[in-house]
Design a protein around this ligand. Structure first.
Ligand code: RRO
Length: 314
């Protein structure tokens, strides 16, 4: 990385030496995977969305890579929140923030988990997942504005650490306004835009079949196709939310140029999902190098020099 360039950022009061880290989901479920993130150039460690109790998740095959990205219906496989709480102490040795993703199966579960995490200083922040598309029978909370408000009202009675939310992608402009009106009423530290585009379908023409087993083949779409949607969501929430709410971009980031685009739209940090699955933790150093080269060529010394400064044509 060119010396004159800094990729440092601050999220929820925590300093990150690199604005690039993992999306919750790929390669962050076991302590070995979390250690690998700790030893990599990722700016933070974010754990797999945790439920109250451990879950095996949906039947396999449940993740398939395609030429353009991925489809998944993992179904929230995770070790249960106690495991990720316990891991927080070990995470400290890496000298970078440790964020915990929480995705209780009910409002009560989410409350119970955030109450249990209270007082644990080694958890730098909580990313509350309002957007898992893959648990049969459980709608995505983020698409129900009243439910989102009701959950946040209860969560903020109990939560101790700074809290952000992981949102599903929105596609209709009034929906951005409606969700922003909810979020602006709470002391939210950050929003992560976006989760996978829910319930897509990938087909194997040779076999005349779907490619993943759960939910008749329907699953969350990640990768190249979701970048324009992710950028739109980052941009919209950057313009609609209070200034103190950081935006974290997630969706379609394979290169330094992709990360640059997210930051230009307003992202203070950028998460990597499908590409992390494909390439492993070396993606963080590679993308950091590419982003630094772009910044140096443009004369930007840090990400605040261009964050949010996307130009319009009018
Ligand atoms: O585990 C999953 O199936 C999953 C989750 Br929790 C999520 O938030 N997003 C996604 O694409 N898959």
């Amino acid at each position: 990385m060119p010396r004159s360039v800094s990729l440092a950022t601050t999220i929820a009061g925590s300093s990150l030496t690199s604005c690039l880290y993992n999306a919750s989901g790929p390669l962050c479920t076991t302590s070995e995977e979390l250690d690998a993130l700790g030893n990599s150039e990722a700016g933070a460690i974010l754990s797999k969305s945790a439920t109250l109790e451990p879950r095996a998740g949906n039947p396999e095959p449940r993740y398939v890579e395609t030429a353009w990205g991925s489809i998944n219906s993992m179904g929230l496989p995770n070790e249960g929140y106690r495991y990720y709480l316990e891991y927080a102490r070990r995470a400290q040795s890496f000298g970078k923030p440790y964020f915990m993703s929480v995705s209780g199966l009910s409002h009560d579960d989410n409350i119970e988990i955030v109450r249990a995490l209270a007082g644990e200083a080694a958890i730098s922040a909580i990313e509350l997942n309002l957007s898992c598309p893959n648990v049969p029978g459980k709608p995505q909370t983020g698409y129900d504005f009243e439910q989102s408000r009701a959950l946040l009202e209860r969560i903020f009675e109990y939560v101790d650490q700074p809290l952000g939310v992981k949102l599903p992608p929105y596609f209709d402009l009034p929906h951005f306004d409606m969700m922003a009106a909810v979020l602006n009423d709470f002391p939210i530290a950050f929003v992560t835009c976006v989760n996978s585009i829910g319930n897509g379908l990938v087909i194997d023409v040779q076999a005349e079949s779907v490619v993943i087993k759960p939910k008749s083949g329907f699953g969350g779409i990640g990768g190249d196709f979701i970048k324009p949607t992710a950028l739109a969501n980052v941009r919209k929430f950057y313009t609609l939310l209070r200034e103190d709410i950081a935006i974290i971009g997630c969706g379609g980031v394979k290169t330094g140029e992709d990360a640059f685009e997210h930051i230009l739209c307003g992202a203070s940090a950028v998460q990597i999902g499908t590409q992390l699955m494909r390439e492993g933790v070396d993606c963080f150093a590679r993308i950091a190098g590419e982003l630094s080269t772009i910044m140096q060529a443009k004369g930007y010394r840090d990400i605040d020099s261009f964050r949010g400064k996307l130009k319009s044509l009018d």
